[in-house]
Write a protein that binds this ligand. Sequence first.
Ligand SMILES: C[S@@+](CC[C@H](N)C(=O)[O-])C[C@H]1O[C@@H](n2cnc3c(N)ncnc32)[C@H](O)[C@@H]1O
Length: 336
Amino acid sequence: MADQTAHEHATTATNNAPVSVEVDTSYENDSSYGDELSSYSASLTSSVLDYRHENGRRYHGFHDGSYLLPNDEKENDRLDMVHELCLQMLHRKLYLAPIKNPQRVIDLATGTGIWAIDFADLHPQAEVIGCDLSPTQPTLVPPNVKFVVDDIESEWAYERNPFDFIHARYLAFAVRDFGRLIKQCYRSVKPGGWVEFQDWDGQPFSEDGSLKGTGIERYFKEVNGAFESAGYEVRPGPKLEQWFKEAGFVNIHVEKFIIPYGIWPKDKHLKRLGVWAQAGAEAGYEAGALAVLTRYKEWTKEDVMLLASEARADGRKRGIHSMFNFYVVYGQRPEN
Ligand SMILES: C[S@@+](CC[C@H](N)C(=O)[O-])C[C@H]1O[C@@H](n2cnc3c(N)ncnc32)[C@H](O)[C@@H]1O
């Protein structure tokens, strides 16, 4: 559960990105971290529900083929884990932009809708829209949230009825043209309104060379390469600030966070993030690689499973100190 109201007047969340991350060599508290592992309103046309079933996974039907990760139960569980990871990273804040009394809000590519639902609970006065290619969100939701099927990379019709706040999280591996998308956001937010993007630099790294030669490194080399050659942006995080500037936003604020992978950091907050990141990654290796490598690179399902299992196995090794950078960037459309 998000806790934005309790911290409404606090300063922005502490950036957790230290210069370097100290490794926990004691492992004495492993077990407690191990435990943690353990109104839809769109008109539903047949193409929206005409899901693609492939290699044992289910994919969206509307604009078939434009997003390469599944939309099934297993994937929805993973997205909810990543939501919890993001909440922990931001000390249970849903967003960092200094919004005041928002009336009209949209969550782009809302996934399971969990962010939009939490936001609607925190701001009962706001009308919240969650849009996605897949109509997989729950139906029992707060009365001020509704979900629509829409392609955020198509032309928008929102300029005529702009928003106070536009939010988008984790569109890496999903969107091809972030620059165009962020310009659409600029045109669709009210003067004085805010836009916030939260996204990955999808390239893992280690500070001590321990990632080199591992299954994790190989996985991201193959998968990121395939997504890039298919035209998707896999490292949007560090580029967000530039795209916000180019779109015309002012008062742009950038926060960079470290998300370690696994329980290896000594710092308790980072260790906790690492647990959630590992849980999400374990659920995501197959989901992330299957469609892109079988559709675009002619891999077999079995090849992908092997790649995923080697990454998963190395992800459990405490001597491999891998991590990701994650960015939260927000900006304001000028008042006039
Ligand atoms: C990795 S998930 C992130 C979901 C959600 N934003 C979150 O943070 O939990 C990416 C989502 O983007 C959606 N998506 C991908 N391309 C899209 C597009 N062109 N238009 C709308 N939604 C899209 C997918 O269906 C998926 O739900």
